[in-house]
Write a protein that binds this ligand. Sequence first.
Ligand SMILES: *Cc1c(COP(=O)(O)O)cnc(C)c1O
Length: 367
Amino acid sequence: MKIQMVDLNRQYHELKEDIDKAVLAVLESGQFILGPDVKQLESELKEYVGVKHAVACANGTDALQIALMALGVGPGDEVLTTPFTFVSTAEVGALLGAKVTFADICEETFNIDPKEVRKRITARTKAIVPVHLYGLPADMDELIAISKDTRIPIVEDAAQAFGAEYHGRKVCTFGKIGCVSFFPSKNFGAYGDAGMAFTDDEELGVKMRAIAVHGSQKKYYHDYIGLNSRLDTIQAAILRVKLHRLDSYNRLRRKFAGIYNEKLADIVKTPNIPADRNHIFHQYTIRTEKRDVLLEHLKLMGVPSAIYYPVPLHLQKAYHYLGYRAGDFPVAEKLSTEVLSLPMHPHLKEEELDFIAGTIREFSRKK
Ligand SMILES: *Cc1c(COP(=O)(O)O)cnc(C)c1O
């Protein structure tokens, strides 16, 4: 039994026939940059999400950067986000010369706490960037209320949550802009880098599309300073095949999370599955004070696990210049010592779930 955190090989073999056909068709077409598959993917995904504009780009980090650029974020501005996320979320604001500010998270959801967001807003806050961490939508009702009160736009970082719903509506439809990543290990992953930004706003849609191709709407005429951030046609063709499986894969993730919860709830802190939102379990993350020893034990037994994330962003070396200190965001700091993500992908087998849960039970009996 070779258990993987994410098993892309089993997935490829399930879809091999269709994926091979789609990739070969791109090779035959000779249209490798912004070919028809990219346009078709944009139109299929904007329909799936339920928004008017979808802008394909090279990766999820670029999607976030393009979103902030379209909103005009720059020096003198602040971008408010969670310290408990992948670095991209903060990195893009810093790259644009803005000051990154953080608000602590909710212990139960791992997501940014709207009460903390209210406290951290200043006259310079130009965008609020909540992350739907691990696939669980953030408290969007509260965040939208804040956005309405303050007129500060929200950019959703949905890199880990494509297809997740909050009160029956897909993520990426709540903020001014919603961004996703199709990095291979994400719940909707390509076989290379890819990303997309979604919006209902006509002006932002047009501007983001231009920014992704050197700021031009007409070739060799540049209206904005832009990026070279195109989604590869081969990746678009692969994603179009995988789109047919997205909902069933998300359902399987939820089912396996339910099985883990049943087997583990009495020995570790298992994730909540709130009734008002649809968690798609990009990661299945437990909490325990014995996290580091458990990780070692699992490793010894051949069970992979991972820590997302061991150091909150405000304590990362690259962000020391912001002036934050240990103790500034106690919830994020505490959770970073307790979280452990277990193998989660749609091709897990019952016996693998049994083995992983059994290994954790055995550990808890010994300690
Ligand atoms: C993966 C990820 C990103 C970045 O996506 P890339 O496609 O790897 O650039 C941004 N935010 C979060 C929360 C992520 O998990």
